[in-house]
Design a protein around this ligand. Structure first.
Ligand SMILES: Nc1ncnc2c1ncn2[C@@H]1O[C@H](COP(=O)(O)OP(=O)(O)OP(=O)(O)O)[C@@H](O)[C@H]1O
Length: 261
């Protein structure tokens, strides 16, 4: 049984803006998959749908279904989804900017007892020594990479079984992107997590996932192994903007196109 299973999912915003049309995917227990594709393809919408967060964005599932840990969560609220073990780190590094690193971690750990909280906090500081050094500083003053590590630490305090991470590489230097990918890979292996990585940076994602889904205009246009995607010139050039000719400019042609029901 797949840990996450999305079938023929159709999502609209404000009742009329069709953002996903017939999207299907699966991620088995302990598997790492990536959702790739240009701006506006529908990746974040899929993350919101999986996390039960569509209503916050005036969106809803119109058709199809989402099954998480064998339960139909197509219309489930975020708390129900979280209780099934899915934790989503949303785009844009949403840390509490005016709270310190320690306070952010405490806020994420509100459901844990003191002993378990200490155990996981120790683990977080072992994995991310830089967070320990900056534990009393306001999170808003951390660098982008440090904020990403803090979000991963906060996610660990929810004891996830499925981790969904939206665009962790955004705005980071190539060296930091590599570091974030390494940490995600380590976490998945050490904890047997199912990982759904959403990325525009396809090359970074290829390093740590087994299978990829490429999205464009609200649909999945390619599904295959990371190797198959990399060997497919059309996928690389037109959807991932990583080919020889055209490059990223080519992918940008597909930006932000909306369709109406
Ligand atoms: N809250 C919203 N209300 C209306 N339309 C929205 C909303 N959020 C997203 N959309 C539209 O839905 C479509 C898919 O957007 P989405 O953010 O899911 O794409 P994305 O692949 O995550 O892009 P990006 O990488 O830029 O975040 C786009 O056309 C976008 O304009």
């Amino acid at each position: 049984m797949a840990e996450i299973h999305v079938e023929n999912l159709k999502v609209v915003y404000r009742g009329v803006i069709l953002a996903l049309q017939g999207v299907s995917l699966r991620a088995g227990p302990g598997e790492a998959i990536a959702l790739l594709g240009p701006n506006g393809a529908g990746k974040s919408t899929l993350v919101r749908a999986m996390a039960g967060l569509l209503p916050q964005y005036d969106g809803r599932v119109l058709d199809g279904k989402i099954v998480i840990a064998a339960q139909d969560t197509s219309h489930a609220p975020a708390l129900k989804v979280a209780s099934l073990g899915l934790t989503a780190i949303l785009e844009g590094r949403p840390v509490f900017r005016y709270l310190t690193v320690l306070e952010n971690l405490r806020a994420a750990a509100h459901r844990l007892g003191a002993a378990r909280r200490k155990e996981i906090s120790d683990e977080i500081f072992r994995r991310f020594p830089r967070l320990y050094e900056r534990r009393n500083e306001q999170a808003g003053y951390l660098s982008g990479g440090e904020q990403q590590m803090l979000l991963l630490g906060m996610a660990l305090l929810t004891e996830p079984k499925i981790l969904v991470v939206d665009e962790p590489s955004l705005g980071l230097s190539p060296k930091l992107v590599e570091e974030v990918m390494r940490v995600l890979d380590e976490l998945r292996r050490d904890k047997g997590l199912t990982l759904v990585l959403v990325e525009q940076n396809a090359r970074a994602a290829f390093q740590i996932v087994e299978r990829v889904y490429v999205m464009e205009q609200g649909r999945v246009v390619f599904e295959g192994t990371a190797q198959e995607a990399q060997a497919d010139a059309d996928v690389m050039e037109f959807y991932l903007g990583a080919g020889a000719a055209g490059g990223f400019a080519e992918a940008k042609r597909y930006r932000r196109r909306k369709r109406w029901v």
